[in-house]
Design a protein around this ligand. Structure first.
Ligand SMILES: N[C@@H](CCC(=O)N[C@@H](CS)C(=O)NCC(=O)O)C(=O)O
Length: 229
């Protein structure tokens, strides 16, 4: 199996949150895969075979699966043995909704918080591409975003409140053991860790305890990410 994912200058530092979801889903099933690192400017050409303009793409023999949600469903359906990635059909529906729910309130402000740090870890060609494509999305320059990230971080932290309340009385988002919603949520923190030196959680956040548990999973798959200084 091959998983196409996104890297910056360092080919050993994959950072796409969506690719992280797929990697954690593969690890959940104990499936081995070869990681294929791509830079932003390599994605469209390399992945034209999959008719995809984004990572992740999973290739499993004859099967070519673009998009992290479709990859998660494929992994569960093609490899049903072992712990269900979603906890059954109702869990799958809930996981699908969870992915959308994280978008505007969490992914967007976190992107604004990290955007200038992401820019720094890219090579020159990717930096040009990133500036051209991302500045219109954030409505300011990368440099302005670097100076004014604080409001976005506060929005992100405020929007974590319901998740923090939930984790005060639950081990994982999926109950007693981690599953796909945990991997989606965790992917935000791996994205931040792989791109930025910023601490994105408040000191007393109940998410920290959950994060420690997630870091211990799969021989430290996410926990061993080298920190950016
Ligand atoms: N819906 C897609 C979104 C994936 C996505 O946005 N990937 C980004 C990297 S995090 C990407 O490949 N962007 C390519 C580009 O901007 O050209 C999924 O969940 O797989």
């Amino acid at each position: 199996m091959k998983l196409y994912e996104l890297v910056g200058r360092d080919p050993n530092m994959p950072f796409s949150p969506f690719a992280w979801r797929s990697k954690l889903a593969l690890a959940h099933k104990g499936l081995k895969f070869e990681s294929v690192p791509l830079r932003f400017t390599e994605i469209a050409d390399t992945l034209s075979f999959a008719d995809s303009k984004t990572v992740p793409v999973l290739v499993d023999g004859e099967n070519i699966i673009p998009d992290s949600w479709h990859i998660a469903c494929y992994i569960q359906d093609a490899y049903p043995d072992g712990a269900d990635l979603f906890g059954g059909p109702r869990g799958r529906a809930a996981a699908h909704l969870f992915g959308f729910q994280m978008g505007m309130p969490l992914l967007m402000p976190l992107f604004r918080t990290l955007v200038s740090d992401i820019y720094k870890i890219l090579d020159e060609r990717d930096q040009d591409f990133f500036r051209k494509t991302r500045e219109p999305r954030i409505g300011c320059t990368i440099e302005d975003a670097a100076e004014n990230y604080h409001d976005a971080l506060v929005t992100f932290q405020n929007n974590l409140i319901p998740y923090e309340a939930y984790l005060k009385s639950s081990e994982y988002f999926c109950g007693d053991s981690p599953a796909y919603q945990d991997y989606c949520f965790y992917s935000l923190f791996l994205w931040a860790r792989a791109t930025s030196p910023k601490s994105i959680l408040k000191e007393d956040s109940p998410i920290k305890k959950w994060l420690d548990k997630m870091d211990g999973l799969f021989d430290g798959l996410g926990g061993n990410i080298k920190l950016i200084k």
